[in-house]
Ligand binder design. Sequence first.
Ligand SMILES: [Zn+2]
Length: 249
Amino acid sequence: MPFETDDLKYIALENRDPSAEGHFVYCVKSTMICCRPTCYSRLALRRNIAFCKDVKEAMDKNYRPCKRCKPNIETGWNSSREMVIRACSLICRIASNGKKFVLDTLVEELKVSKFHFCRMFKNYTGLTPRQFYLKCKELKENPLKSKPLPIVETKKNLKRKKLLARNTITTECSSRNTLENSEACLSSSDTSSMDASLSSPGSNTEVTNDNESALEDLILQHQYFQEEANKDLEDLNWVDDFIEFLFFA
Ligand SMILES: [Zn+2]
């Protein structure tokens, strides 16, 4: 059984882990309010938190259901998800009628801001609205039929997924660079060896003296930007989203 101990439950709260949804609710002793594990309210101190099997048990203990995450409601409590589901069926209808997809018309019908919509849509479906439209055309049915949306998606969970994806990409890149590097050693061609030593500064690729100091500068710059990027990872995630919104929505 998942989330068996209170420690595991508390970790799930800290992570706003969507997979904890439905397994338990948590109660805040100081406010006498009970919440879903994914509630985006600020998390109370550990000593003020008690866990209950479900909202009924919590309410029997005189806790009131939170007005934000509405643990007392079974469906329709997650308005973002509802909005995305509605958008998906609208897009699907547009695709099956052979009509052109126009984002502005869609957000007008949904009465939401374009940026917020695109962000939520991507968070829940993993696709931009246009990509979803193309998928509908390709499958000739609503892709949600085979892959329903998650019950809830949280910022923290998305951040974790993005970090994971980023790490996978970095690992893939570095293994590719090692390969390029060894090829460069064999051929000792100057441009590719420059690239290779840039990505792995410790390599013993042959570089001409003229290039050496320029290369050192580049390596330092590269390291600096990498450190800065790590510091601002969250901001960069936001920038990623925005760029994607501008060009691919
Ligand atoms: Zn709540």
